[in-house]
Design a protein around this ligand. Structure first.
Ligand code: FES
Ligand code: FES
Length: 183
C-alpha cells in the first residue's frame, strides 16, 4: 500500500506516493535524487542525514516520509551554490572543517540551524549543537573553528567576496606541454 504525500523540498512542491515505512532520507535520495543528504549509520547516531524540516534540523533517517507530508524540507542542495558558497560552507572550506567530507552536509545543516537560533554561540554551545553529528576524520577541532568563523562571516555576509576570489582559481587547466611557463 502506498500513501500520497506532498512535500515542499528546497522550494519545490513534490507529489509522490510512498510506502508508509519509507524514511524521509530514502525519499530524498531515492525518489528525488538529492544525494547530498548522506546515510552514515543505521542507528540514528551520526547526523550525516540532517535536513531542515520546517526550518528545524532533524535526522531524516528518523522521520518517515509520510511525516513530512504538507511540510517544508531543506537539504544541503539548497544551502549555497557552487558559484556562491553559503558563509557556513565558506567557513568550513577556509578553516579546513572537513577531510573526507562525508559528515559535512549534516554538519552544515546543524550549523545552519544553530546560527539561526543563536548567531553568536559560545564554544560550549557549538559543541552541544553538534553533539548529534559524528565525524570520523577531523577530531572536531577544525569543525568547531569553522562554526565560529561561520558565525563571523554570517554577520559580515562575506560570501560574495569569496566568489570573486574563486573566479581566479577557475582559470582553465593547461597540460604541461600547453603551458606558456617554463618548468
Ligand atoms: Fe541518520 Fe546516521 S544516517 S543519523
Ligand atoms: Fe570525514 Fe567528517 S570529514 S567523517
Amino acid at each position: 500500500m502506498k500513501v500520497p504525500i506532498n512535500v515542499e523540498v528546497n522550494g519545490v512542491k513534490r507529489d509522490a506516493e510512498v510506502e508508509p515505512r519509507k524514511l524521509l532520507v530514502q525519499f530524498l535520495r531515492e525518489n528525488l535524487g538529492l544525494t547530498g543528504t548522506h546515510v552514515g549509520c543505521d542507528t540514528t547516531n551520526c547526523g550525516a542525514c540532517a535536513v531542515l524540516l520546517d526550518g528545524k534540523a532533524v535526522k531524516s533517517c528518523s522521520v518517515f516520509a509520510v511525516q513530512a507530508d504538507g511540510r517544508r524540507v531543506t537539504t544541503i542542495e539548497r544551502i549555497g551554490t557552487a558559484e556562491e558558497l553559503h558563509p557556513i560552507q565558506l567557513a568550513f572550506w577556509e578553516k579546513h572543517g572537513l577531510q573526507c567530507g562525508f559528515c559535512t552536509p549534516g554538519m552544515i545543516i546543524s550549523t545552519h540551524f544553530l546560527l539561526q537560533q543563536n548567531p553568536d554561540p559560545s564554544e560550549e554551545e557549538i559543541r552541544k549543537a553538534l553533539s548529534g553529528n559524528l565525524c570520523r576524520c577531523t577530531g572536531y577541532t577544525k569543525i568547531i573553528e569553522s562554526v565560529k568563523y561561520a558565525a563571523k562571516l554570517s554577520k559580515k555576509g562575506a560570501a560574495p567576496i569569496r566568489r570573486q576570489q574563486r573566479r581566479v582559481s577557475k582559470t582553465p587547466y593547461k597540460k604541461p606541454s600547453e603551458s606558456t611557463h617554463a618548468l
